[in-house]
Design a protein around this ligand. Structure first.
Ligand code: ADP
Ligand code: MG
Length: 287
């Protein structure tokens, strides 16, 4: 195809199977750090709470979240914190300096304010989370692990997503797309040049994701970002496997949202066309 929008080449050897990783959501190292509260942790917490960029949001973070950040710093995944990029419903995203002077994005999920009942409906029916209870913390932690695992899986499938770096309790560290001083924009915020090509790239990524057994579940111009001519799909926390009972409905909704956006840009398509392109011959999901 074309270099525009940075469509990734795929590795024909990298066969993605349908096997799922075990995900453990029991007590974490971060909880232990927060419980024990040694002097270094106390200092770290005081310092972060005092930092300009956390002042507004600090009330939403519990001690164990600081424990998770402490652990990520101790493990050299984070060197220094930058400012907020986004304050969302269930998570805040910050810029930070990671290992080897790279810039990273740190997504911090809120345990208490999260719409966890809604989250549960995405986790139920996912073979990776069988037996997950209804405990709020377990649900949010599973969600974060799921976003990490989904990013990894999507990457292996040749879909351009932020590279996952580390996950600790309710905190996810990933590649920052764009630079601190030159932020990536959401597709919704830019004038899409050559929408036909952008659409082809998105369509191809949706198909690759589906082939790898995943459905994004919240795909729209708000969860695609663009930087330096490269289109990147983000926010895979809610992505479910194609075996999920709502997989068909979610895929249909994704197709409708994506097709509606590109139709407004003048591309001749519809949700139905897109669905047929992605999963037309897959009996497990139906329009
Ligand atoms: N890896 C990343 N690189 C650059 N910007 C990001 C990254 N992840 C998230 N963002 C920014 O943060 C916003 C919110 O992130 P997202 O994962 O969509 O969370 P939410 O669940 O709040 O929608 C995005 O719209 C984007 O602007
Ligand atoms: Mg989002």
């Amino acid at each position: 195809m074309t270099d525009e929008y940075g469509l990734l080449d795929t590795d024909p050897e990298a066969a993605i199977g349908d096997e799922w990783e075990e995900i453990d959501v029991t007590d974490t190292e971060a909880d232990r750090i927060a419980r024990e509260r040694d002097r270094k942790f106390e200092e770290f917490e005081a310092q972060i709470k005092d930092a300009e960029q956390f002042k507004v949001e600090q009330s939403v973070f519990d001690d164990a979240t600081f424990g998770a950040l402490y652990k990520l710093v101790a493990d050299d995944h984070i060197e220094a914190f930058g400012g907020p990029i986004s304050t969302g419903k269930e998570a805040n995203v910050y810029e930070a300096l990671g290992a080897d002077n790279t810039e990273v994005a740190v997504k911090i999920f809120r345990i208490n304010a999260s719409p966890f009942q809604q989250m549960r409906t995405y986790l139920e029916g996912d073979p990776r989370f069988e037996g997950l209870g209804s405990d709020k913390k377990a649900v949010v932690l599973a969600w974060v692990r799921k976003e990490f695992a989904n990013l990894q899986r999507a990457r292996e499938a040749g879909v351009r997503v932020p590279a996952p770096i580390a996950v600790e309790r309710n905190v996810l560290v990933m590649e920052l797309v764009g630079l601190v001083e030159d932020r990536a924009r959401r597709l919704a915020e830019v004038t899409v040049e050559n929408p036909e090509t952008a659409y082809e790239v998105v369509r191809e990524y949706m198909r690759r994701l589906h082939t790898a057994g995943l459905i994004h579940g919240d795909l729209s111009e708000y969860n695609m970002i663009i930087h330096d001519g490269e289109l990147v799909i983000i926010d895979l926390g809610q992505a479910v496997t194609i075996h999920h009972p709502n997989a068909g409905d979610l895929l249909r909704r994704d197709c409708e949202n994506v097709a509606a956006f590109f139709s407004r840009q003048g591309v001749d398509t519809s949700g139905n066309d897109l669905f047929a392109y992605i999963a037309g011959d897959d009996d497990r999901v139906r329009w």
